[in-house]
Design a protein around this ligand. Structure first.
Ligand code: FAD
Length: 492
């Protein structure tokens, strides 16, 4: 069921077992699994109804998401917080819209690797291991209608009908396969889930035009959420306020707004951790690592291009396709103490694992938005010397490795790359997971350490970035969270 917050009378108090805030892949996944388990769930989304037309929501985003983007943003991506266009081309980094950024993501999916969860110098470990997520990754593959949960190059060589020799052997690097969701399954607001329902016709109570303003706490618990709607005018004005009392609340507003909401309500920040460790996968937009001498056989090119032996593009019945990248293997990562890096078989932008950095962070500024009067954010994107080492070492290792195969590459110097890097849609960290409350905001179950009924979903809980695109892991963690909440609610 879907309703409009504008129709909820001022001062109304709504009750539910769980209230989820935010309707991107994280929030919709949690809500969908909870309602399926018979739990009474309200999902609130700040966006007004825009008839499903994303561009109509951009003026609202301009008002609600404005702030300061500083550090590397100042030169490279000044419009990060609000710009409707990403590098003047595709839709932007952030959306205030039903479905969140799933309305225009690429659907490129792969789990994190086991080494990504391990502690290495400069990369603290997660409080969970990859094996803990394996069952949730399998469930996420079903939920996303992927072609199973096997991402190995060997499996995909067989599936594409290619010989085993199609798997490239590049010393120090693994060939890693990425699946792309089929087009019908990309937009979480409109897609049909495995039972044929969309989130709006599920048992979840979906309320659009319902922006979280404050998380009110009492005696170590969330007492209620203060929420407001907007008028139908352009520009919008604040309409009525109402309240949601739930046994459990889940914040799923994306990595920037998750930190913003906790800071606004002064929650979870006892150890000055909220907003810190903002990470991404810096992408050298427009500046390529060039392949000056190819190094793959025809069959290997077919595998990494996702083609069958006859060169035609492979797709399954759900529209899934696949591609291959080269990533440093676990032993090499441990040996050199660097982050991972994505290399391709053709000349392309480079993309690497940014190291967690406490100075790369989100804070509140004095300026307020003109609709609700909430303090805006400053986001300061800072790379560290370890990031330079990751780029320089991984490109040097890749060059040496492809030289042994008769190929060659040309990697531009860090100084040139530094002015080309953009965030590239993957917003990570800011409310990270840790079993130590002084080192993170949420525990291994995604519960805010200092409150007994507030949870966070989304990539803001990531401890490290790996190089896999984040949303498949966001979905696996969200399904795991729904299962944890189901068990918690059953026990009370
Ligand atoms: C161009 C682009 C391409 C991408 N391609 C890929 C890809 O191929 N693979 C991949 O894995 N990832 C990709 N991503 C990243 C992916 O889109 C995000 O990881 C994902 O959308 C994050 O999901 P989320 O639910 O955490 O947050 P979001 O999708 O950001 O959703 C957050 C929701 O919270 C709502 N909200 C915010 N504040 C409030 C409030 N105060 N009250 C109520 N609601 C609020 C917003 O309106 C929004 O609906 C891409 C991103 C971009 C920009």
């Amino acid at each position: 069921m879907r309703t409009n917050g504008r129709d909820v009378p001022e001062g109304t108090e709504l009750k539910a077992q769980v209230c989820v805030v935010g309707s991107g892949p994280a929030g919709i996944t949690v809500a969908w699994y909870l309602q399926k388990a018979g739990i009474d769930v309200i999902l609130i989304e700040g966006s007004r109804e825009h008839g499903g037309v994303l561009s109509r929501s951009w003026p609202d985003k301009d008002l609600l998401y404005a702030g300061d983007a500083v550090g590397l943003f100042e030169h490279n991506e000044p419009g990060f917080l609000t710009s409707p266009l990403y590098q003047g081309q595709s839709p932007s980094e952030r959306e205030r819209f039903f479905g969140g950024t799933s309305t225009h993501w690429g659907g490129q999916s792969r789990p994190l690797d086991a080494v990504d969860f391990e502690a290495r110098p400069g990369f603290p470990g997660w409080p969970i291991a990859r094996a803990d997520l394996d069952p949730w990754y399998a469930e996420a593959a079903d939920f996303c209608m992927l072609h199973g949960d096997d991402f190995t190059a060997e499996y995909w060589a067989g599936t594409l009908g290619l010989p085993p020799s199609a798997v490239p052997r590049i010393p120090g690097f693994d060939t890693c396969m990425y699946q792309f969701l089929g087009g019908d399954f990309l937009d979480f607001a409109t897609r049909k889930f495995p039972d044929g329902s969309t989130i709006s016709d599920s048992r979840a109570r979906v309320i659009l035009n319902a922006s979280l303003l404050e998380i009110e706490q009492q005696d170590g618990s969330v007492a209620c959420l203060r929420v407001a709607s907007m008028t139908d005018t352009d520009p919008p004005e604040k309409n009525g306020e109402f309240f949601i009392r739930a046994d459990v609340c889940v914040l799923a507003c994306g990595a920037v707004a998750n930190a913003q909401q906790l800071l606004l309500s002064n929650i979870g920040n006892e150890h000055d951790q909220v907003g810190r460790y903002f990470m991404c996968h810096p992408l050298s937009m427009g500046t390529n690592v060039s392949i000056t001498q190819p190094f793959l056989t025809a069959a290997q090119n077919d595998l990494v291009g996702g083609n069958r032996a006859d060169g035609s593009l492979w797709r399954d019945a759900n529209g899934v396709r696949v591609t291959g990248r080269f990533q440093l293997d676990a032993d090499t990562l441990r040996q050199y103490g660097i982050g991972n890096c994505w290399m391709r078989s053709y000349s392309a932008a480079v993309y690497f694992e940014m190291a967690p950095n406490p100075d790369s962070r989100i804070t509140l500024i004095a300026d307020t938005d003109p609709v609700f009067g909430q303090r805006q954010v400053q986001i300061d994107w800072q790379l560290s010397p370890l990031d330079q080492t990751t780029y320089e070492t991984s490109t040097a290792l890749f060059k040496a490795a492809v030289n042994t195969l008769g190929g060659d590459i040309n990697a531009p110097p860090w100084s040139r790359m530094l002015s080309a890097f953009v965030v590239n849609g993957h917003h990570l960290g800011t409310t990270r997971m840790s079993s130590d409350p002084t080192q993170g905001v949420v525990d291994a179950n995604l519960k805010v350490h200092s409150l007994d009924n507030l949870y966070v979903a989304g990539a803001s809980v990531f401890v490290t970035a790996g190089v896999s695109n984040p949303t498949f892991t966001i979905i696996a963690l969200s399904i795991r969270l729904a299962d944890h909440l189901r068990a918690k609610l059953a026990a009370t």
